[in-house]
Design a protein around this ligand. Structure first.
Ligand code: PLP
Length: 438
């Protein structure tokens, strides 16, 4: 009996949902990525709480994917649900602020080291807005990203280097509006010299960077890299945007607080709203003043940034409750402990069978990769990708009630994840390694 047979036999109700959904949605899902699972059809969710969800087939799962970080707060955290429900009952969209606005901006400022905040519906929107602001104040055309970084479906950020070193749209950047070599420069992570060459052209409005790459496995910054990025951005007049969307896993103030980074602007999203759409972007006072000075506020037709539902009362109620009562400093301590246990468990199986893989932990998030040493660049990490192997391991896990993220070998811990949840996966992971190499 293969893992595919096991999946098919266990999930008839999901199959029925899928057959119905397929008539009106490509691949039977409301958003394309939901079809990227290892099984022959997606698992349809019945309900979720904390670190677990139950599918329509009645199977309980430990959720190590947590909505690809969108639910790092755990599913339906009580404080967030209460605050969001109460706000929903009082109205959610006014194009006017509520009392939560100031409180949320204060919380964001105290955690992420910049004092001026705006809100959006997603991290993608936040990145788009900051890129516009950076172009507005610098009057420069280009942005710089790192190879194999991901910053959302932002046209010009979803770029890579081809084998000749030319900037091209990443595979999957569907219908990119202009050739990306006109909008974007790309360098390898941790390559200070390449970064300096790019910034010295003085054409780069913004460096958009994750503190560690997290969308091609985890690639950590080498000592001094962020200091060099900061220094070079200042020297060449480039706005430094730090995208903490995933690296928020490092602690209550993300890697910005952990490493004492000094961005001009910061992006957050995914789990901050407690499970509902919410994004945020922060700026230094200096950058925010430059933006303000560059705009004609008398005659402002603000169309390039913002949106009808951005910063709505529901998102702000969700962020306030989630950051003050769910993703607290104490919760991070527990999440990081669970992640350390997971990392040790996975490492133990790798060591026991001398498999040439390695594990990298980033706070509450940890990920194995199919190479013997930690990658230094996105390119090195990408070269170790093995889609079939990943699909096998994910399907093996899913058949044992354990959900991994389709695009990552990643396990993410929520405040609700227990040591027993972690062990359920590390035991299954060892079993999978035995099935492959035992
Ligand atoms: N930034 C980073 C670092 C991300 O990993 C992602 C999504 O994975 C985004 C931004 C975009 O987030 P969203 O799809 O919620 O807009």
């Amino acid at each position: 009996e293969t893992e595919l047979d096991v999946f098919r036999a266990a999930r008839p109700a999901s199959h029925a949902e899928w057959e119905r959904a397929e008539r009106h949605m490509p691949d039977g899902v409301p958003m394309l990525w939901m079809a990227k699972w290892p099984g022959p059809w997606p698992v349809y969710v019945e309900s979720a709480s904390g670190a677990h969800f139950t599918c329509v087939d009645g199977i309980d799962h430990v959720d190590l994917c947590l909505g690809d970080t969108g639910a790092m707060c755990g599913h339906a955290p009580a404080a967030s649900v209460a605050a969001i429900s109460a706000q929903l009952a009082r109205g959610s969209t006014f194009m006017l602020p509520t009392e939560d606005a100031a409180a949320v901006a204060e919380i964001m400022s105290s955690r992420f080291r910049v004092p001026v905040w705006q809100f959006s519906l997603s991290a993608t929107d936040a990145n788009r807005s900051l890129i516009r602001y950076a172009r507005q104040v610098t009057r420069r055309p280009r942005i710089l990203v790192h190879d194999y970084s991901y910053h959302g479906t932002v046209d010009e950020a979803y770029a890579t280097l081809d084998e000749h070193g030319n900037v091209v749209a990443r595979r999957g950047n569907i219908g990119a509006p202009v050739p990306l070599d006109q909008t974007t420069s790309v360098v390898q992570f941790n390559d200070v010299d390449a970064l300096e060459r790019a910034l010295a052209t003085r054409e780069i409005a913004a460096v958009l960077i994750e503190p560690a790459l997290t969308n091609i496995g985890i690639v950590l910054p080498e000592p001094g890299y962020h200091e060099a990025v900061r220094e070079l951005c200042s020297r060449y007049g480039t706005i430094l945007i730090i995208d903490e969307t995933h690296t928020f896993s490092a602690g209550p103030g993300g890697m910005i607080a952990e490493l004492g980074l000094e961005p001009d602007a910061v992006v957050l999203g995914k789990s901050i709203g407690g499970g509902i759409p919410a994004g945020a972007y922060g700026m230094t006072r200096e950058f925010a003043d430059r933006v303000r000075d560059s705009l004609d506020l008398e005659d402002i037709d603000v169309g390039g940034v913002g949106g009808t539902l951005a910063g709505n009362a529901l998102s702000l109620a969700g962020i306030r409750a989630t950051l003050s009562e769910v993703l607290t400093p104490a919760a991070f301590t527990g999440m990081i402990d669970r992640s350390t246990e997971w990392t040790a468990g996975v490492q133990a199986a790798i060591d026991e069978f001398e498999v040439p893989w390695q594990v990298t932990q980033l706070g509450a998030r940890s990920e194995y990769s199919f190479r013997a040493t930690a990658p230094r660049t996105g390119r090195e990490a990408a070269d170790a990708d093995d889609f079939e192997l990943q699909q096998y391991l994910h399907l093996h896990a899913l058949n044992r009630g354990l959900l991994m993220t389709p695009f990552h070998n990643m396990a993410l811990m929520s405040p609700a994840t227990t040591a027993a949840d972690v062990e359920r996966h590390t035991v299954a992971f060892r079993e999978a390694v035995v099935s492959l190499y035992g």
